[in-house]
Design a protein. Structure first.
Length: 81
Protein backbone atom coordinates (compact mmCIF):
# COMPACT_ATOMS: atom_id res chain seq x y z
CA UNK A 1 0.00 0.00 0.00
CA UNK A 2 1.37 3.39 -1.01
CA UNK A 3 1.54 5.89 1.85
CA UNK A 4 -0.49 9.07 1.71
CA UNK A 5 2.11 11.19 3.53
CA UNK A 6 5.44 11.81 1.84
CA UNK A 7 8.16 13.85 3.50
CA UNK A 8 10.27 15.71 0.95
CA UNK A 9 14.01 16.06 0.58
CA UNK A 10 15.44 18.25 -2.17
CA UNK A 11 18.81 16.56 -2.71
CA UNK A 12 19.68 19.11 -5.40
CA UNK A 13 20.49 21.67 -2.68
CA UNK A 14 22.95 19.30 -1.03
CA UNK A 15 24.55 18.29 -4.32
CA UNK A 16 25.08 21.94 -5.31
CA UNK A 17 26.91 22.43 -1.99
CA UNK A 18 29.14 19.46 -2.79
CA UNK A 19 27.50 17.30 -0.10
CA UNK A 20 26.80 13.62 -0.82
CA UNK A 21 23.08 13.30 0.05
CA UNK A 22 23.01 9.59 0.93
CA UNK A 23 23.57 10.03 4.69
CA UNK A 24 20.68 12.50 4.92
CA UNK A 25 18.45 10.25 2.81
CA UNK A 26 19.41 7.29 5.02
CA UNK A 27 18.60 9.25 8.19
CA UNK A 28 15.20 10.27 6.87
CA UNK A 29 14.30 6.83 5.50
CA UNK A 30 15.20 5.22 8.83
CA UNK A 31 12.94 7.71 10.65
CA UNK A 32 9.82 6.98 8.58
CA UNK A 33 6.76 5.92 10.51
CA UNK A 34 4.12 3.48 9.31
CA UNK A 35 2.15 5.11 6.49
CA UNK A 36 4.91 7.59 5.63
CA UNK A 37 7.21 7.74 2.64
CA UNK A 38 10.04 9.94 1.42
CA UNK A 39 10.06 11.93 -1.82
CA UNK A 40 13.61 12.65 -2.98
CA UNK A 41 14.09 15.38 -5.56
CA UNK A 42 17.29 14.92 -7.56
CA UNK A 43 18.80 16.35 -10.76
CA UNK A 44 18.99 12.79 -12.17
CA UNK A 45 17.29 9.42 -11.77
CA UNK A 46 18.92 7.99 -8.60
CA UNK A 47 19.18 4.41 -9.87
CA UNK A 48 21.79 3.24 -7.30
CA UNK A 49 19.61 4.60 -4.47
CA UNK A 50 16.54 2.88 -5.89
CA UNK A 51 18.40 -0.46 -6.05
CA UNK A 52 19.90 -0.05 -2.56
CA UNK A 53 16.54 0.68 -0.94
CA UNK A 54 14.80 -2.03 -2.99
CA UNK A 55 17.20 -4.53 -1.40
CA UNK A 56 15.89 -3.28 1.97
CA UNK A 57 12.23 -3.89 1.04
CA UNK A 58 11.42 -0.36 -0.06
CA UNK A 59 9.15 0.20 -3.01
CA UNK A 60 9.67 3.22 -5.23
CA UNK A 61 8.13 5.23 -8.01
CA UNK A 62 10.14 7.74 -10.07
CA UNK A 63 8.62 10.64 -11.97
CA UNK A 64 10.53 12.87 -14.40
CA UNK A 65 9.84 16.58 -14.00
CA UNK A 66 9.57 19.22 -16.72
CA UNK A 67 12.79 20.90 -15.52
CA UNK A 68 14.81 17.70 -16.05
CA UNK A 69 14.89 16.72 -12.38
CA UNK A 70 13.33 13.58 -10.90
CA UNK A 71 11.09 13.00 -7.91
CA UNK A 72 11.47 9.49 -6.55
CA UNK A 73 9.04 8.27 -3.92
CA UNK A 74 10.15 5.61 -1.44
CA UNK A 75 8.06 3.64 1.05
CA UNK A 76 8.35 0.40 2.96
CA UNK A 77 6.63 -2.55 1.37
CA UNK A 78 4.48 -4.36 3.87
CA UNK A 79 4.27 -8.12 3.95
CA UNK A 80 0.91 -9.61 3.15
CA UNK A 81 -0.94 -10.94 6.19
Amino acid sequence: MTPTIFKRLDARKLIVQGIEPFSEIRRRVDALSVGEGLAVIAPFLPSPLIEKLKSENFASRAEPQSDGSWVTYFWRETEAA
